[in-house]
Design a protein. Sequence first.
Length: 262
Amino acid sequence: MTTQYCTPFSIIDQPADRDSVMLQIAAEASQHPAVKADRNAIVSALREREQLVSTAIGHGVAVPHCSLPGMEDFLLGLHVYQRGVDFAAPDGEPVTIVFYILGPPQARTQHVQLLAAVSRAVRDESFRAELRGADSDQTLRGAVQRRITLPQDQLGEAQCRFRVYLPDTESIQALLQELSGYGAASLTVTSAESAKAYLGQMSLFADLWSGREQTTIVVVEGYVGRSFANDVVRCISDQMNGRSGVMVTVEELLVVYGSLEL
């Protein structure tokens, strides 16, 4: 499965809002031979995804994306807006860099990998500055081809399960946004009555309690390729910024076997 670039990569010097960005993406993408849907179907899919949570990831960047029936390959496009767009970003900054990704519904793993590749690249301030300073779509395309490594199939890579134990829901949305940028899959958030109620059932932690309990605990759990495990731990550490009552565990997932009656 390949990733194709949409033509052209666009520099846009006119006012826009989030909905007009979706309309521009749909008009552009609907003309590409890899896309079988019309512009109305594309706009609807993009809006539906955006309603879940903003695809803005901070630092003036957004990555709208969706799956469309009939596609066999991925489509990657880029708009650079010289006037900022309100995208309800978690850091409140207006968005000037909009990557968009359209792909097949059956290729969720590759979709996550492509999202992660884009997200990792735009974390680099110099890359963002290069995109904002570009003077043509050819310049934008060259920068993207140099700085974004399109993912290959990594299904054979060993996976790690990580858990983040938090005393409350503060900053959870920002943390989930950051983790998705590292290709973290199957992210879930659960809560328990207390840390003891959750961890006390695990042999690793069962003997560690002194009798003092938290009132609640929130657990964020997900899976990531082993090559990104250290990056994920650093990401979580940066997000938590020394908060007390936070713990992170990472385990290499070697075998999953059997089924559960639910």
